[in-house]
Design a protein around this ligand. Structure first.
Ligand code: ACO
Length: 403
């Protein structure tokens, strides 16, 4: 194979690959993915093992620094994050300016972008210490920023972080406690959330991660790059699919649970309807994350003795679609977003917050890629080419001469 990184654009040769289906944008040592076999590994560790044995903060460390932390490193990392969970008091006033019904993803990307107004030292990318602190700040503050966006939508007072709690417990506390009433954290809830965050933590060059790398390649600071990634994640073809998927399952349940009708609709290209939470650019067998989430979902609902009609609709939909020639031929399987929403519902998390949870989970992956890119001395600004299809040269027309 030709090493195209050596062709410095002077050949006049351009590869057109719309949607970057077969274009590698970088070398990376973070995540391995085999779409044919349904394999996903972070830094060599199978996702199934991490989901069963690790916790989200440890997985974040693994993704960002390349190795599982020893006891001392783990303690330092955890306490470093705990030190930064509060947001600046002046930042709270931002929330007064947002409309009450603002989407929490819009709030999340705005407030994360604004972190660089409060921590201006973060803009010096040569200051390794500052970059390191920015990493801690982001991981620590994202759940706080997210929970405040929910409190804003409810018209409730913000709840400060409680650093005696674990990462996931703390998020649930900030979401559901009120000054009038403590929130008793169910360990099953914290465990389910922990698992969801781990399986979302990285997925190599997906749309939002590529966005973070793209923005970061101009030497934009970490906060600006992550804020852009949050915007990319919001779309329903990417992270926004978890919200769209639950809305779809609700629609089917309210329509008598007739899944066959919706499978037929998804095959009809005229109406633009797709089965949300189905299909993936890379997985052409099964999405290992969906398998993990499905079983966690079943476990949680059984434990809580909850009978969620949406879980039944989802299972039936999966069964019918997987028997259908259209889905078989195109290798369309449930993806990570198919069952995650049912778990979030069981935890009491509102639909508008689903993609926010995805962002909290994906954050370590974004940071790891941004860091890997800057550590690579060969990195150049990402700047794709195009095939121009517009007009040939023409002379300017005065206004009175235009038809
Ligand atoms: N329902 C019905 N048909 C589908 C679906 C679906 N969910 N997904 C793909 N197809 C069909 C397409 O219409 C196309 O059919 P054709 O060959 O007859 O034209 C074929 O399968 C290939 O689909 P593409 O859109 O070309 O595949 P691509 O790799 O570009 O897109 C994507 C992948 C965006 C995930 C797509 O499958 C989709 O839209 N799924 C629904 C949204 C979703 O769940 N997104 C979350 C993805 S996972 C994540 O980001 C966390």
């Amino acid at each position: 194979a030709i090493d195209i990184s050596r062709l410095r654009g002077e050949t006049g040769l351009i590869t057109l690959d719309e949607g970057f289906v077969n274009t590698g944008s970088t070398r990376s040592a973070i995540t391995f993915l085999d779409g044919e076999k349904g394999v996903l590994r972070y830094r060599g560790y199978p996702i199934e093992q991490l989901a069963a044995k690790s916790d989200f903060v440890e997985t974040a460390y693994l993704l960002i620094y390349g190795e599982l932390p020893n006891a001392e490193q783990a303690n330092l990392f955890r306490s470093g994050i705990r030190d930064h969970t509060m947001i600046h008091e002046d930042m709270r006033s931002f929330y007064n300016g947002f409309p009450r019904d603002a989407h929490p993803m819009a709030i999340l990307s705005s407030v994360v972008g604004a972190l660089s107004t409060f921590y201006q030292d973060s803009m010096d990318l040569n200051d390794e210490k500052q970059v390191e602190v920015s990493i801690y700040r982001l991981i620590a503050k994202l759940p706080t920023i997210a929970a405040y966006s929910y409190k804003k939508s409810m018209g409730q007072p913000f709840i400060y972080p409680n650093n005696d709690l674990s990462y996931c417990e703390n998020f649930l506390h900030m979401m559901f406690a009120t000054p009038a009433r403590d929130y008793m954290i169910d360990p099953d809830f914290a465990e389910a959330l922990n698992l969801l965050l781990i399986v979302h933590a990285d997925h190599e060059q997906n749309c939002s991660t590529s966005t973070v790398r793209m923005v970061g390649s101009s030497n934009a600071n970490l906060f600006a790059s992550i804020s852009a990634g949050i915007g990319a994640l919001w779309g329903p073809l990417h992270g926004g699919a978890n919200e769209a998927c639950v809305n779809m399952l609700e629609r089917i349940a309210n329509d008598g649970g007739n899944v066959e009708k919706y499978v037929a609709m998804a095959k009809d290209k005229e109406n633009g309807f797709r089965l949300m939470g189905f299909g993936h650019r890379v997985y052409k067998n099964f999405d290992p994350r969906a398998t993990i989430i499905r079983s966690s979902c079943e476990k949680l609902l059984n434990k809580l003795n909850l009978d969620d009609p949406l879980f039944e609709v989802a299972q039936k939909l999966e069964e019918v679609a997987l028997r259908d020639e259209y889905f078989i031929e195109r290798k369309l399987y449930p993806n990570v977003d198919f069952y995650s929403g049912v778990i979030y519902r069981a935890l009491g998390i509102p639909v508008a917050m689903f993609t926010v949870l995805f962002a909290i989970g994906r954050l370590p992956g974004w940071i790891a890629h941004w860091r890997e890119m800057h550590a690579n001395p060969g990195t150049r600004i990402n700047r794709p080419r195009q095939i121009y299809t517009g007009s040939t040269e023409r002379d300017f027309l005065a206004l009175e001469d235009r038809s």
